[in-house]
Design a protein around this ligand. Sequence first.
Ligand code: MTE
Length: 315
Amino acid sequence: MRTRFKSDIPSSEITSKELFLSRRDFIKTAGFMGMGALLAACAPSGGGGTIPANEVPGEAGAGPLDVLNSFEDITNYNNYYEFSTDKTAVNALSKDFVARPWTVEVGGLVNKPKTYDVDELIKKFQPEERIYRMRCVEAWSMVIPWNGFSLSKLLNEVEPTSKAKYVSFESLYDTQRYPGQKSPFYPWPYHEGLRLDEAMNDLAILATGVYGEPLPNPNGAPIRLVTPWKYGIKSIKGVIKIELVEEQPATLWNSIGPNEYGFYCNVNPNVSHPRWTQSSERRIGELARRPTLMFNGYEEQVAHLYAGMDLKKNY
Ligand code: MTE
């Protein structure tokens, strides 16, 4: 079932890849025509009348259009170091991964710790579609229609105690099933963490599907975190453990490169990575780079979480 959220990219800003490409080609080939008239002529029904100029990439007005990436894009260009550091090899290497049975242990500073079977979670929390931008710290991005449920639903169920300040996440450790975990260069298993108020924000979901299909192996089957205002690094795949803790938890990338990857990893065009700019990004499927948006475009929903914080220090 499709539920629209304020947090979603508005439907007026999303179009199918096919429609987008044909519209763009049409506009390019008809370049001599008045842009306003042309845009109005192409307006989709129910999208609020005319298409704003910023929906046309590379045209006057900037602020480019968001277009859903295809299932092929989403499942063939993946960071999943448990399988490989080669993004284009993950799909083939994860083909035989069997993501069932699978349990998620939720515990630590909670009143009601519980280990859930993943299918019990799916049945209980009824995933809905959430279309989010996904911005990798490496400065590429996609738009992905996830199926998932708010992490807050699960956290409320186990009742964090007043001592709980952070949430720590852990991925599966299994060198038989994850060939990449034989690499000695990474402190396996993958760990991530959020402040409790970040974790309770409605945008943070546990995703169990993409395009209405069960979560594909390259995307972290059977269950992964998605925090769309943060770099993709935080969206930990193959989650087996969620622990409420008092102190800020260690994360894999922060422990390897503390100067390059902080705890927060909020998308921020004004704070560059030491080795590359974060002010623009390459949307998979597009040629021209596009400007990176503050908090990946989710400022309205999350900026209050960081009020008064120096985001250059807390990167
Ligand atoms: N989770 C695990 N367990 N292992 C990983 O290597 N890579 C992260 C994140 N979650 C990673 C992970 C990074 S760097 C990114 S950009 C996203 O997954 C990519 O998610 P996607 O492949 O579904 O687009």
